[in-house]
Design a protein around this ligand. Structure first.
Ligand SMILES: Nc1ncnc2c1ncn2[C@@H]1O[C@H](COP(=O)(O)OP(=O)(O)OP(=O)(O)O)[C@@H](O)[C@H]1O
Length: 290
């Protein structure tokens, strides 16, 4: 953008059937990248394929295959929610009746059925997000680009969003989702792409995520019993100020370690991954804020 270079060297692949997270600090270029993928910004250099089509040369095909949920919905305030979706459907050359039926069904999916005939301007921020999601689904897209979809959503809507996004991927769609709420992404994504200073971090970030997943926190009613048991075992562990963290190589090893601790009479009351793997990876990345 003039003298500002947004995104310089990003390499990523998003597989159909997967939910892939796009993670990075403010200003690292996530939105710019998504706009390029959606064919709404033209890249100066590099190759992009969306469902096989090049947004620079075949933007109609790209737009037909994409559902785009921007970080803020630009809504037409005087149109009702249903009119908004119907108009969107008409833009995709869906017949009027079908667009209305599809719009009404999607409003139910995002729990805005009762707002069908009310103008979009009366929606709260979270409700607008839900309308935005419904709008992104009007063309039954193969590829979904969701920019901060959980922004402003209440807890129940966030849980429903997670389920919906998983279902959409299970139907074979490719989903790229950006968010700063990493603990939430942990439960939703199959794969994560970390961006820093416009660059995607490949193996480096994957190694961090893999390493973070091996850390299990053990909380017991009797720390001395736990320490004694661990001292007798070959399970590697770290005695951290916030508690004891053991290292396990797999889910199976975690199960074995827990069974072993129980057999030694250690009163374990909590046992699970030590925080979000994505969060730990993010914090380990080079600090960058704009
Ligand atoms: N139209 C524009 N003109 C000039 N600079 C821009 C423009 N749009 C984005 N930028 C700059 O490009 C960089 C990347 O912005 P972008 O919006 O892609 O970041 P982001 O990773 O989505 O950030 P956030 O997490 O805050 O949403 C930023 O430094 C931003 O200031």
């Amino acid at each position: 953008f003039g003298s500002v270079q947004a995104v310089t060297n990003a390499t990523l692949e998003v597989q159909p059937g997967n939910v892939t997270a796009l993670i990075g600090p403010n200003g690292c270029g996530k939105t710019t990248l998504m706009l390029m993928l959606a064919g709404l910004l033209r890249q100066d250099a590099g190759e992009i394929r969306v469902a096989g089509a090049d947004p620079r040369h075949d933007s109609a095909a790209v737009r037909a295959s994409i559902g785009w949920m921007p970080d803020q919905l630009g809504s037409w305030d005087n149109l009702t929610c249903l009119q908004t979706l119907t108009l969107m459907g008409r833009g995709y050359r869906i017949s009027k009746d079908e667009a209305r039926a599809r719009g009404a069904a999607l409003l139910e999916t995002v729990h805005l059925g009762e707002f069908a005939d009310r103008p979009a301007r009366v929606l709260s921020r979270g409700q607008k997000q839900r309308l935005s999601l419904a709008r992104a689904l009007m063309n039954d897209p193969q590829v979904l680009l969701l920019d901060e979809p959980a922004n402003g959503l209440d807890p129940r809507s966030r849980i429903e969003l997670r389920t919906l996004v998983r279902d959409l991927a299970a139907q074979g769609r490719a989903v790229l989702v950006s968010s700063h709420v990493l603990a939430e992404l942990d439960e939703m994504v199959d794969d994560a792409i970390f961006m820093s200073k416009g660059r995607t971090l490949g193996d480096e970030a994957a190694a961090h995520v893999a390493d973070a997943k091996t850390r299990y926190r053990v909380a017991t009613l009797d720390d001395s019993l736990l320490r004694a048991a661990l001292a007798d075992s070959r399970v590697p562990y770290d005695d951290e100020p916030t508690g004891i963290v053991i290292r396990v190589g797999s889910d199976q090893e975690a199960a074995q370690a827990l069974a072993w601790l129980m057999s030694k009479g250690v009163p374990v009351h909590r046992f699970g991954p030590a925080g979000s793997a994505l969060e730990q990876t993010y914090m380990a990345m080079e600090e960058e804020r704009r």
